[in-house]
Design a protein around this ligand. Sequence first.
Ligand SMILES: [Zn+2]
Length: 118
Amino acid sequence: MSSYKKVLPEEKWPLVEHFLQTFCRYANIAEACGHKLDVSKFMSEYVWAFTRERRTEFDRSFRDKLLRDEYRRQGLCTKCGENKPIEGRALCRACAERARRAYARGKKQDEGGVSGGC
Ligand SMILES: [Zn+2]
């Protein structure tokens, strides 16, 4: 269990310890619920949460891009990832309509300078 101390410099230890603690906590929760923790799933979600904590624009846009690529690969709308997109477009009908309305609303606000409540 302490092998990481041999391969990693000392300043990285807290990172690994945080990971192990989090992992053990989730493993215990999973076990208490009668499940077995999926290590690879945990890894990806841990990394996801970790990059989210940093909240840099690069991380967010990069993660969004990965997500969109994944949706596109599965042949789904790149916005909601649930519906089938319109033929020849990346968005489904609902998302395209929502984007169109948001765009129209933004335009109206620009023109009139009215910020009235919805
Ligand atoms: Zn959609």
